[in-house]
Design a protein around this ligand. Sequence first.
Ligand SMILES: [Zn+2]
Length: 172
Amino acid sequence: MAIREIKKYPDPVLRKKTAPVGEIDKDLCRLIDDMVETMHAAPGVGLAANQVGVPLQVAVIDIGSHEEEGTKHPLVVLINPEIVSQEGAVVAEEGCLSVPDFTEKVKRAARVKVRAKDRAGKAFELDAEGLMAKALQHEIDHLNGVLFIDRLSPIKKSIFRRKLKKALAETA
Ligand SMILES: [Zn+2]
């Protein structure tokens, strides 16, 4: 396993819609292992393949260490995931490993049902709410080339752009 470099906004790979996975081969399993290691090392609760520069429909989520809901969730590997239904609305704070040092409240569905394949190629469905529902929507957005900053109001977007400009000026 290896830790891969996490691509940062505005890297164009984050904007590319990822392609569905065909065969689950050794290379794909290595990618999944690397993504899990990279996510844990960051540390983060989710990672999409295009965040490490691979434009494929693969994401990993591990919210197990977050105890805010009093439940433990196992590590989830999602291949070719899609949201099949969603309901309700909730506003919650979000951040992203590809958009460092910036968090903001984002409105999303409160509950989602996701259909995907696991690393063995077996199809499964996942009903989720709370942090898990938020993570699923965030990661599936990534696979469609969408970042959480795209879901902010125009005012919050301009705040983000100002902060980004300032951060770039400081590192220049
Ligand atoms: Zn993210």
